[in-house]
Ligand binder design. Sequence first.
Ligand code: F6P
Length: 543
Amino acid sequence: MTNPLLTTPSWTALAAHVATAKTLHLRDLFAADPRRFDTFSIRADGLLLDYSKQRVTAETMRRLRDLWATADVSGWVGRLRSGETINHTEHRAVLHHALRHQGKDPILFDGHDVMPDVRRVLDHVKSFCDAIHGRHWRGATGEPITDIVNIGIGGSDLGPRMASQALTANRHRDVKVHYVANLDGADLAMILADLQPRTTLFIVASKTFTTQETMQNARSARAWLVAALGEVAVERHFVAVSTNLEEVAAFGIDTVNAFEFWDWVGGRFSLWSAIGLPLALSIGFDNFARLLAGGAAMDRHFFETPVESNLPATLALLDLWNTNFLGAETHAVLPYSQSLGLLPRYLQQLEMESNGKQVGRDGQSVGHATSPVLWGEPGTNGQHAFYQLLHQGGRLIPCDFIAAAHADFDLPGHHEKLLANCFAQSEALMRGKTLAEAEAELAAVPLAPTFLAPYKVFPGNQPTSTLILPSIDPYTLGQLIALYEQKTFALGVLWNLNAFDQWGVEYGKQLASRLLPIIEGKQPTTGLDSSTTGLIAACREGK
Ligand code: F6P
């Protein structure tokens, strides 16, 4: 069966409505309604979402909200919150919201309150931060730690890496945190080149503690340390974050220095757990706690606010509208903030690993498009690279612009220009420029080459949302991340997907382990396809 939502009157009504919606131009919608911004914007807890530049009318939003009710998203929110095993293919609950929960009430999983465990690990993170920042934790030679290297990949890397960069303004002065993810030895080697074993601490971050990239990097880091300081140094220079304490111990890390988390935390939702340890070390525990509070505030907003003024719900419905009805295949995230430069990369895992799927909860194809390809770069850099295509490439590419009202690094003359560019881009994408306008512009310039008019036409009508944060700080970053997390969850429900598994990453891993002994020359290439055989041969010749 396809996604059951497809055959409901709510979906059918949207399918009928889209024919009219496609004939509308945003320029005309704005001209016809001076209050369009008021109608299509939401303010919540300091954030502003302006979706007036999306290709929607009041009727579109009414019908989308009707779909929300039909899909019973609130029922799924209830299942999520009550610890049901909604990740049915891995038989796991999904409780990452417990990691940032601020209330005194319990969060139950299997009849057991998870909050005491959550608080115990948070206390451990706090005391470790205190020990490092207070210079009580010393390396094997008695020197304090100045550099922390987080070794992890995917969810054990992207979240803390993105957030550490986003919160550079809050960085702890005495400790520098580095991130290594890639299996390519260049990643680790380039970081280690500037570090001293005596003052370096490694965090091996892996939910499973079996991930090939992480374990290879961890072994190489260990060898680098042992070569300088001997085997005895490992316990003062390695800590771990994992759900698999047995493997942590097997690696030689004292489990006293292991920070635990649980199966009910998905990798890409794990920033709030001990996976956030490098972030807490980078910005200090109090700031990490503010991030958790921001995430919790967004959860409350998502759980309790009616769909009309619910930020994650609105973003989810707009994504669905753009993807399934207007036909968008990609989605650009454009932060007008250098600090949020890694946000698109982080969201790629969050959204594409969660909802880049075709098989629905019933094991059958859902029968429609799911996650768009998410991409993006910070503005204004992107303006000088790919915005040409956004404006005149003829493709429908919905964009999220994200900006902060106040700069985190307030150099005079920068922030106003940054905002001017951000708002100018969304205005241009909305309004476009007609041939008549282009001709009039040229006519106003003496001797202007009039043949240029068609090159200066901008179709406009490109759907965009703009999210304004008061500033980029730990609390607002927590809100922002949880906003996209809850949007992703909601889209999974609407698309009838399990947003919490990732079977699509398995096949490549399986083939890589089969190829390794062949590339190492321990097994013959017999049985491989001609391309793979040819590629292996080319690398052998190149050696
Ligand atoms: O291969 C994908 C993945 O499983 C991600 O979902 C996860 O975040 C990443 O690998 C890292 O996994 P681990 O934390 O177990 O090393």
